[in-house]
Design a protein around this ligand. Structure first.
Ligand code: SF4
Length: 351
């Protein structure tokens, strides 16, 4: 029997459901801000969304969708650094309960995992998806159906993981889904390695930007992210632009994210991620109330075993110094889970 689109959607949901944790009780999927509408819906009402899609799709001819600027013609199936074909490849999609609490709520973040990646870090935790491109190629209409399924399941948002190389498809799918009733925030969950010109196309489409800030030192980025020595400078500019577009994080009256910037920073062993410089930069460049998630979950994956500097997990001391720096530079909106981890480590240290 042929494996149809519908079969793929069903099986992806089954794959996804195996990762589910228990939902947080007390937060329903109902949005309380009745007047709220997603950014992309406003843009459609202004008659601008179709033009953005056209503008985005034109980029495939001489692909410059990301700072790698390969210049390949993806319309003809030529693959660049990210190895992505013209159509999106999806590994799985499902309600995800492992994201930030304001994205997860009671019904989960509607996460769609895109295969392939334009950064290709050697410690990637999703390397079979990002490096090897495991997944199934689909049409934009299928992507729209997935968004609608996730909304129907009660998810609080559509969380697009590694979206950069398929941005035009995402825009097109969003418009198709909008016409069929999509009405939840779009989360752009990116490595942060984004071109300003591309982000301008997304202005007024994306509700929540969720970028990483992986390194502050170009040499580390070059070594661990496939030669991307410009990562710190490019990503700093990208984050400032994201903030200009969506501002600081806004929640509804149940604590669910509606709009804004949420920055992730993974603490790495031996201060590889440059955490002190990172929090200092945030404090000096953005409001101190910017939402920052200082993450403790680095683990040795893929080719990280070959590099002694990153071939171990972080110590509790490394995480505590990261959180101390955030406090020292006055950041006021740290992810509650990182604060909880810090409190546990502090209690253990004092016992
Ligand atoms: S999206 Fe892929 S093909 Fe396009 S510039 Fe980036 S790495 Fe190259």
């Amino acid at each position: 029997m042929d494996f149809t689109r519908r079969d793929f959607i069903r099986s992806s949901l089954l794959i996804g459901s195996s990762f589910l944790l228990s939902p947080v009780s007390g937060l329903s999927g109902q949005r309380k801000d009745a007047d709220w509408i997603p950014a992309y819906e406003k843009l459609e009402m202004e008659g601008k969304l179709a033009q953005r899609i056209k503008q985005a799709y034109a980029l495939f001819e001489n692909c410059q969708l990301c700072p790698r600027k390969c210049g390949v013609d993806r319309n003809k199936g030529v693959k660049g650094f990210c190895r992505a074909p013209l159509k999106p490849v999806i590994f799985s999609y499902h309600p995800h309960f492992g994201e930030e609490m304001s994205l997860v709520g009671g019904k989960g973040s509607g996460t769609i995992f895109f295969s392939n990646c334009n950064l290709r870090c050697i410690f990637c935790q999703n390397w079979p998806i990002s490096h090897e491109g495991k997944g199934k190629e689909i049409q934009d209409e299928d992507l729209a159906d997935m968004m609608l399924h996730l909304q129907k399941m009660g998810c609080h948002n559509i969380n697009l993981v590694t979206p950069t190389h398929v941005m035009p498809n995402i825009l097109n799918a969003t418009r198709i889904a909008l016409k069929k009733g999509l009405h939840i925030p779009l989360v752009y969950n990116t490595s942060g390695y984004e071109r300003l010109e591309i982000l301008k196309i997304l202005d007024g489409v994306v509700d929540i930007y969720l970028p990483d800030m992986k390194y502050m030192d170009g040499d580390k980025a070059k070594k661990y992210s496939a030669g991307a020595s410009d990562y710190p400078e490019v990503t700093k500019k990208a984050i400032l632009e994201m903030h200009r577009q969506v501002g600081v994080l806004k929640l509804d009256n149940q604590g669910i994210a509606l709009r804004g910037l949420m920055i992730r920073h993974l603490v790495m062993p031996n201060r590889v991620a440059g955490t002190e410089k990172f929090v200092k930069w945030i404090a000096e460049s953005l409001p101190k109330s910017t939402y920052v998630n200082i993450m403790a979950q680095y683990r040795v994956e893929y080719k990280a075993y070959d590099h002694p500097e990153i071939a171990r997990g972080i110590t509790s001391q490394e995480f505590l110094e990261a959180m101390d720096w955030a406090e020292k530079f006055g950041l006021t909106n740290l992810d509650p889970q990182s604060v909880a981890i810090r409190n546990v480590y502090q209690r253990r240290r004092s016992n």
